[in-house]
Design a protein around this ligand. Structure first.
Ligand SMILES: [Zn+2]
Ligand SMILES: [Zn+2]
Length: 248
């Protein structure tokens, strides 16, 4: 039996320097609960260090947390990356960290990059500057993610900056992508027409929340059997009736 699960697959935590410090596990999960969101993905810039604490805190909620990351490719395009389990996600993080420029974050200028525990206590700060492009191209990232069994979703492609469309002007046909994300500023219909998105790609829209109040933007529904990575992958491919619906 397929069921509609409200999903928001692009939420930042206080690890992203540009996100508000209120974006800790407790606040994110309480906000998701309030919104009725059943599946969330934590996608911080170039790091996944706060995925585990949110997953652990979610044990007390009826909410599934998918490991994710918003990677910035060498072309300065933001790409969402998802993996089924935390171990593979952390393996992916090693790859990203190896390709990050060796620059330290300036918390006073860019904002702190807080690492938290499941109880939302701050346990440390990431000192690598996370908001920069890594030295791997979108093509290299897509190949690597595919090999590791993950999913790649170009983020907010309608945005003029930091998107694949904004940087390249097109979505390379040979890129292995699972779905495409549009921002809240455009409808699915409009995006498909304007950016000539082939029907084979499912489209999702996410809050890209950097602040709690931005999590109210939730209109993607995944028609799947159970809330997990494998089912989401099938929904993106439209396997046996599974699908993604954006409610305008
Ligand atoms: Zn982005
Ligand atoms: Zn983002």
């Amino acid at each position: 039996m397929l069921k509609a699960y409200p999903a928001d697959l692009h939420i930042h935590t206080c690890l992203s320097p540009c996100a508000d410090e209120e974006m800790n596990p407790a606040n994110i999960l309480n906000m998701a609960k309030l919104m009725g969101t059943k599946i969330i993905a934590i996608c911080d810039h170039n790091s996944a260090k706060n995925v585990k604490p949110v997953q652990e805190a979610a044990e007390d909620y009826d909410i599934t947390v998918i490991p994710g990351m918003e990677v910035e490719s060498a072309e300065e395009a933001h790409l969402l990356v998802f993996f089924e389990d935390l171990n593979t996600m952390m393996e992916w993080q090693d790859y990203v960290y190896k390709h990050l420029p060796a620059i330290k974050n300036n918390p006073k200028f860019f904002g702190p990059q807080q690492i938290v525990d499941r109880d939302s206590n701050i346990t440390g700060e990431e000192d690598k500057m996370l908001i920069s492009a890594i030295s791997a191209s979108a093509e290299e990232i897509s190949q690597r993610v595919l090999k590791m069994g993950g999913m790649l979703v170009p983020a907010h492609i309608d945005r003029k900056t930091y998107s694949l469309m904004g940087q390249l002007g097109f979505i390379p046909a040979d890129l292995e992508i699972s779905a495409i994300e549009i921002s809240r500023n455009v409808s699915e219909k409009e995006a498909r027409r304007k950016f000539n998105i082939p029907d084979k790609y499912s489209i999702i829209t996410s809050s890209d929340a950097h602040r709690l109040k931005e999590m109210v933007f939730q209109k993607t529904f995944l028609y799947i059997k159970t809330p997990n990575f494998v089912e989401i992958k099938k929904a993106f491919k439209g396997v046996e009736g599974r699908r993604v619906i954006i409610k305008e």
